[in-house]
Ligand binder design. Structure first.
Ligand code: FES
Length: 120
């Protein structure tokens, strides 16, 4: 019989802020602006008074080529994000409304980003 596990946070977000030397073949989320966007997500989450939300920084999540990356629990949903607008949409639609933001979703077997989400 499985007992339901109660989570400490209702929504726990891990944003990779790993930094590598410039020119590294895998690049890194930090070089793509993840630290500022993580800070923005924390600030917006507080401003919106989202109860039970925790936004943490993480080391490399091993999906560097898809970065910046974040994973949200419960559920283990992965997203790529590039802008404050992306963060706003994840907060509103995923965290508050309980939906999945399909346009930013990373599939488990995904190894490249769609052309419209790649760095300019
Ligand atoms: S540097 Fe962010 S996933 Fe590896």
């Amino acid at each position: 019989m499985n007992e339901e596990i109660k989570t400490y946070f209702d929504c726990h977000v891990f944003c990779c802020v790993n930094e590598r030397q410039p020119g590294h073949p895998r690049s890194c989320c930090s070089a793509k602006g993840s630290e500022a966007l993580r800070d923005y997500m924390k600030k917006r989450g507080k401003a919106l008074h989202i109860k039970g939300l925790r936004v943490n920084q993480a080391g490399c999540l091993d999906r560097c080529e898809l970065g910046p990356t974040m994973v949200i629990y419960p559920g283990g949903t992965w997203y790529h994000y590039n802008s404050e607008d992306d963060i706003d949409e994840i907060l509103q639609r995923h965290v508050i409304d309980g939906e999945t933001v399909q346009r930013l979703l990373l599939q488990p077997d995904q190894t490249t980003l769609p052309i419209d989400q790649q760095d300019p």
